[in-house]
Design a protein around this ligand. Structure first.
Ligand code: MD3
Ligand code: FE
Length: 201
């Protein structure tokens, strides 16, 4: 049996066009390269990251926050590509969240064996705003738990082009990504990419 998704979480299978998004990601990375950010505790994140939009998510020895400039280049983050903003707004509207205007797109790049531990996205100002996530490249097993860290997570398989919207009661759920299995995507190579659209400010 296919377990029901948590309330407020909407999965739009193959909603995005990976071939259209790939050159846009390459253009962003030419301006603000993928980098491995560090954490306050001295660790290094398993996924390489970059951002687009008015603000970008940053982690370093001072902690997590949004910054209007890329600390690596000292320049503003690349502008939010029109195709990104339209995809995020359309997907959010389809999921029941009209008027979504993200000011941050975090681009995560996972090599084989990289994952992301269970966490909540809590650095944004308004939790009434949804989050839109676009999966590209190698498939992933996405884990979604509850509002409590100890709630047992359920696994959902995500493939290239799948779009997830988290709003309302799903906005503060714990979630993570299992280590990516070895493979080769025809477009993205041995990587999984994820676009996470947020209204940060
Ligand atoms: C569920 N990234 O960058 S996106 C992250 O695939 C992050 O790269 C994962 O979690 C990735 O913070 C998952 C999906 C996601 C994003 C926000 C959520 C799931 C969420 C907020 C609430 C519940
Ligand atoms: Fe997250």
């Amino acid at each position: 049996p296919i377990p029901a998704l948590p309330a407020g979480m909407v999965l739009l299978r193959r909603r995005a066009d990976p071939a259209a998004l790939w050159p846009v990601i390459q253009g962003l990375a030419a301006q603000s390269p993928f980098r491995f950010m560090t954490t306050k505790r001295g660790g290094t994140m398993a996924a390489a990251m970059t951002s687009a939009g008015a603000c970008g998510w940053v982690s370093d020895a001072r902690g997590y926050r949004y910054e209007s400039r890329d600390p690596l280049t000292g320049q503003p983050w690349p502008a939010m590509p029109k195709a990104f903003a339209a995809l995020a707004a359309d997907a959010a509207a389809e999921a029941g969240f009209p008027g979504f205007a993200p000011d941050a797109c975090l681009v995560n790049r996972y090599a084989v064996r990289a994952g992301m531990g269970l966490h909540r996205d809590g650095d944004e100002r308004d939790f009434d705003q949804p989050i839109v996530s676009v999966s590209l490249g190698l498939p992933a097993s996405f884990l979604v738990g509850g509002l409590d860290k100890d709630d047992k997570p359920q696994a959902i398989g995500l493939e290239s082009g799948d779009v997830l919207v988290f709003g309302g009661p799903a906005r503060l759920l714990y979630h993570g990504i299992r280590p990516v299995k070895a493979g080769e995507d025809p477009l993205f190579g041995p990587f999984r990419y994820n676009l996470t659209f947020r209204r940060a400010r």
